[in-house]
Design a protein around this ligand. Structure first.
Ligand code: CGF
Length: 833
């Protein structure tokens, strides 16, 4: 179905308009016009931020017609809409991405240069909206890019946190958190829509009553209300007319000022209401895969879910449909359990507010909602104490009990007398302080449940969701994650993109499988030379950046070995450190050791309350301090921790990488997406058979992937037979020497206490089995070293890695979702002049 829109254009036909025109002179005029009229600045007084803002408005003007046209088609009853519900959207800077997607990079560059400015400087100054912790939020951002590029009408729904993920500084080798003030200069990309605000209720109590038809009903009398104000950001598709919307909700008090309280002299009380309400969207919880059970977090979740569902219902009714067909117009994807209170809220809206019968409402709810699971880590599975839940959402708790009782009745029929199974499946965990299990709620209330990589989806069926799989196998499926090649290749690696274009022409950015046409180029010495030169240049740029940022000089002719991701014990950054110390120890013993020089680069944030992760950062920086200054080794080894890893930093780092570290303990990384960004940019992976590594290896070929470590089954077997890390320590001389060296205070100015918690943890518990995988890892790293020294073959493997990454475009993931879960089609938009 292609739809045409005929919006009023406000343009004079045939005349290039300052708001839409793409001629160089027009762009320049528009740019200075925005600087003057929107920023209120003359060029001689304008800062780089002012110029950035003026350019952002100039670009935004050029997408508005498509944005309004896309908004317009959403109102048509026959157009199906995907709603992506996510507590996190880690969008990254918009300007550069929009220039690429609108295909206006070249004219804008020219216009800006002719104005005596530098486009890259303006792109670089954008404060990135860091409204996410890591993989999950960034995945949501890639999916919005692909939805728009595939012309699927979609709305991303989330929270407009005033403070996103903290900025990280490294002080004396430790992480220090700084508030992220991304909104300090204003946000040119968003448009507030206060006229579409909705009211959100909390607390209070419920009251049964009988309606005029004599039916039993329940009324929720809330204790407080908050307003949700939508802020919309346009999400451009690549080279298409579709511009979807990211709708983020900001919490505000219903009345900006309580005059009664004020007049009675209670100024504090009057303002307090406003302050308390706004707290809800104040700050993103900075924990990745670790629940904290804080009341404010549940408030945030319910807040954005209720705002979004009310918005969806309004759109449904405004399109002329009734709620009976909500599932025909909307498919709502819950990104993890964070939005899973949607199951209860949609039921409440349909039953209590729109007076549908329970069974009918339940049918609509389950046909509308679907759930993506992102983790097997037990500490990440969300639970809310029944008492906390009931005090904040008393009506929802009743609804959850009702859903549970009906659900468990069905389970009883299917498995008579199986109390243990009933206990596992129940939405309520009856052990200790009773709690609501959000993953169970999501499973029961959805028509589809998916994991994010083939291995992860299989493990879900075997472990955490095993009982659900046995009961409802038809709901389970896999959608392997993907990343957008527009941001992660075209925008971040223009040099490689240009080289690929020269070889295979364009068009591959939307059909990433076409990169396979590069395979033959891997055998072409001339092409390999060009490939190597591109990588070398980008490495030199990163080396400059590292020198500016950290004062550490690194040699671009060494192997760039990179691990960037959240710092977490299961991701095993400290295994990487054990390898570095092993090389250091070897070189100290034999300074003439023949090895390729290596630069180890780390980046990533630790959750502020996660002591072990923070100590891992300190270990990396401390080892770096010693190694980088030691003349015996520093020509061959360098260790860098680059502070404040974020999307912008990722864009610099992935293109420069030669070796990608994906070394989690098998069975624990659901998918990973950094692994895909690295390979797409021609890095080789050293990794375990975990998450999407498994599929990456299948695609690129085992001979182009450095595999090490135990498989999931081996991990399980070792654990069940009783894992004893100490036995590895005692039986492996080098491992013992490496651990002893760290424990001796060699990297901590003689302080033997600093790393004791890490060392003791490894020797006495080692939950992520570093010691068991150590030797295999070191052997594999030696293989990497030998391979790197055969530089022609290395480049060959690098080209083949990039050439075979088609599967990991988020376009493929979105097509999978669209076909198997959403039944959503492309709706190409024609804009009539
Ligand atoms: O989601 C993650 C990431 N930490 O955000 N999980 N969560 N929750 C997984 O650990 C990654 O493996 C996964 O790639 C990502 C997106 O699905």
């Amino acid at each position: 179905m292609t739809v045409s829109t005929n919006l009023p254009s406000f343009h004079t036909p045939g005349v290039e308009d300052d708001r839409t025109g793409l001629g160089i002179e027009t762009l320049k005029r528009a740019f200075f016009d925005n600087l003057y009229y929107v920023q209120g600045k003359l060029p001689n007084r304008a800062s780089t931020v002012d110029y950035y803002m003026a350019l952002a408005y100039t670009v935004r003007d050029r997408l508005l017609q498509r944005w309004l046209a896309t908004e317009d088609i959403l109102t048509r009853p026959e157009v199906r809409i995907v709603g992506y519900l996510s507590a996190e959207f880690l969008m990254g800077p918009h300007l550069g991405n929009n220039l690429i997607n609108l295909d206006i990079y070249a004219p804008v560059k020219q216009a800006i240069e002719e104005s005596g400015l530098n486009l890259q400087e303006l792109i670089d100054i954008e404060e990135e909206p860091g409204l996410g912790n890591g993989g999950l939020g960034r995945l949501a951002a890639c999916y919005l890019d692909s939805l728009a590029s595939l012309q699927i009408p979609a709305i991303g729904y989330g929270i407009r946190y005033e403070f996103g993920i903290f900025d990280q500084e490294i002080v004396d080798g430790w992480q220090v958190e700084i508030t992220d003030k991304w909104l300090k200069y204003g946000n040119p990309w968003e448009v507030a829509r206060p006229e579409e605000a909705v009211e959100i209720k909390f607390g209070g109590y419920t009251q049964p009553y009988t309606d005029d038809q004599g039916r039993y009903r329940v009324r929720w009398v809330p204790g407080s209300t908050v307003m949700g104000i939508p802020y919309d950001t346009p999400i451009t598709g690549y080279n298409v007319n579709t511009v979807n919307t990211l709708r983020l909700w900001k919490a505000e008090a219903p009345e900006s000022f309580d005059f009664t309280a004020f007049n009675q002299g209670d100024y504090w009380g009057a303002v307090n209401d406003k302050v308390v309400s706004e707290t809800i969207s104040k700050v993103l919880y900075p924990n990745d895969e670790q629940i904290q059970g804080k009341q404010l977090r549940l408030q945030q979740q319910f807040f954005f879910v209720s705002c979004s569902l009310q918005d969806v219902i309004r759109r449904q009714l405004e399109s002329g449909r009734t709620l009976d067909t909500l599932h025909e117009k909307f498919s709502l994807q819950m990104n993890d359990t964070h939005p899973s209170v949607a199951v209860a809220e949609l039921m409440r809206l349909l039953v209590d507010e729109h007076m549908l019968e329970w069974d009918h409402a339940w049918d609509i709810t389950t046909r509308t909602l679907a759930y993506t699971n992102h983790t097997l880590l037990p500490e990440a599975l969300e639970k809310w104490s029944v008492s906390l839940f009931g005090s904040l959402l008393p009506r929802h708790l009743e609804i959850i009990f009702e859903i549970n009782s009906r659900f468990l009745d069905q389970v009883r029929l299917r498995y008579p007398g199986d109390e243990a199974r009933l206990g596992q499946l129940s939405l309520i965990d009856e052990g200790g302080d009773r709690s609501v299990r959000m993953a169970n709620l999501a499973c029961v209330g959805s028509h589809a449940i998916n994991g994010v990589a083939a291995l992860h989806s299989e493990l879900l069926k075997k472990t955490v969701l095993h009982d659900f799989y046995e009961l409802m196998p038809e709901k389970f499926c896999n959608v392997t994650n993907g990343v957008t090649p527009r941001r992660w290749l075209a925008l971040s690696n223009p040099r490689l993109t240009a080289l690929i274009d020269r070889r295979i022409g364009n068009g591959w950015l939307t059909h990433l499988d076409r990169l396979r046409e590069l395979e033959s180029a891997a055998d072409d010495a001339g092409f390999r030379h060009e490939w190597r030169m591109v990588k070398r240049d980008i490495k030199a740029d990163l080396a400059d950046h590292i020198a500016n940022r950290t004062g550490i000089s690194v040699n671009p002719d060494t192997l760039f070995d990179i691990q960037v991701k959240r710092i977490h014990e299961y991701k095993r950054q400290h295994l990487n450190v054990l390898h570095i110390v092993t090389l250091y120890h070897r070189l100290k013993q034999n300074p003439n050791q023949d090895m390729a020089g290596r630069t180890f680069i780390f980046g990533g944030k630790a959750a502020p309350g996660y002591d072990m992760a923070k100590r891992i950062i300190k270990l990396i920086t401390s080892v770096g301090d010693v190694v980088n200054k030691d003349p015996d080794v520093s020509d061959r080894l360098r260790v860098v921790f680059l502070p404040d890893y974020n999307v912008t930093f990722g864009q610099r780092v992935y293109p420069a990488a030669e070796l990608s570290e994906q070394i989690s303990l098998a069975g624990l990384e659901a998918s990973g997406t950094g692994n895909m960004k690295f390979s797409m940019n021609g890095a080789l992976t050293i990794g375990t058979l975990d998450g999407a590594n498994v599929e990456i290896r299948e695609e690129v070929g085992a001979e182009n992937f450095f595999l090490f470590g135990m498989k999931t089954e081996e991990v399980t077997a070792l654990r069940s037979q009783g894992y004893n890390p100490m036995s590895y320590y005692h039986s492996n001389e080098t491992l013992k020497a490496v651990i002893d060296l760290i424990a001796s205070g060699h990297f901590s100015h003689g302080d033997r206490e600093l790393f004791r918690p890490l060392i003791d943890n490894l020797l006495y518990h080692d939950p992520y089995m570093l010691l068991a995988d150590y030797q295999s890892y070191v052997d594999c790293q030696d293989q990497v070293d030998r391979a790197y020294r055969d530089s022609e073959n290395w480049v060959r493997m690098s080209i083949l890695n990039a050439a075979r990454m088609g599967k990991f475009s988020s376009d493929r993931s979105i097509q999978d979702y669209a076909q198997t879960i959403w039944q959503a089609d492309a709706v190409p938009i024609e804009i009539e002049a």
